[in-house]
Design a binder for this molecule. Structure first.
Ligand SMILES: [Zn+2]
Length: 230
């Protein structure tokens, strides 16, 4: 289940309209952001975590709303043992080779120890909202070493362009639930990767939000997306 579209978020659609409580009715695993773009979301084992721009990690009130999130009920289709030492790019190549099913959604969970993990988070915004690409210029970047934790994310098919992120979108949360964020890069020490393929897609759009209706979602924002995701 997905809340709104990535292009709406890129265009500054930061008003939350679906409660975290509702997200959990549709899945126990996923990622996203929060109302006013207040940090990065990780949903893991049915618990919602909020990683704010100051680096703090909390379990938000489930009444908190999200403008963009994607969740699924994680069911393991395949278990993989990636080599130690690999970075994000190599990991993506590894998954390309192991999971050729590129036209369905693929939930990715990697539990492991990371020699290095680099993440980011974004600060809450006030209306009138800027473009996401401009917020990303003020993102906080966090670098961790020798940290145990879990990668939570998705590989989406190319045809979701405009709706979600084609390719890989990964977030991180540490085992002790005190560190995390949107992954920029990592170097794995050891870990086990579980893959769950998803063949169904539900999109929830805002029901009564004038700001959403006024967003210009006709233009190609893929270049902006490239800038903010990496
Ligand atoms: Zn993200």
């Amino acid at each position: 289940m997905q809340v709104c579209t990535i292009d709406a978020l890129l265009a500054g659609g930061f008003d939350g309209h679906v409660e975290c409580r509702e997200l959990l009715r549709h899945g126990d695993f996923g990622l996203g952001t929060f109302d006013r773009l207040d940090g990065e979301m990780v949903v893991l084992d049915g618990i919602v975590y909020q990683i704010k721009a100051d680096g703090s990690v909390t379990r938000p009130d489930l009444g908190l709303k999200t403008p963009f999130a994607a969740v699924c009920r994680f069911e393991t289709t395949k278990t993989l043992e990636p080599d130690g030492g690999i970075d994000l790019k190599t990991f993506e190549g590894f998954l390309e080779a192991c999971i050729p099913d590129r036209n369905v959604f693929c939930a990715i969970r990697l539990d492991g120890t990371f020699a290095e993990m680099t993440t980011r988070s974004v600060p809450a915004q006030d209306p009138p909202y800027p473009l996401l690409v401009d917020v990303a210029k003020k993102q906080s970047v966090f670098r961790f070493e020798n940290i145990r934790g879990t990668i939570v994310g998705f590989r989406c098919p190319s045809f979701v362009q405009g709706i979600n992120v084609p390719g890989y979108h990964l977030h991180f949360i540490s085992d002790d639930r005190t560190r995390g964020g949107h992954i920029l890069n990592f170097r794995l020490a050891t870990g086990t990767c579980r893959i769950g393929l998803c063949h169904r897609f539900l999109l929830q759009l805002p029901e009564s939000n004038r700001a959403f209706q006024d967003l210009d979602l006709s233009k190609d924002r893929s270049a902006e997306l490239q800038t903010i995701e990496r």
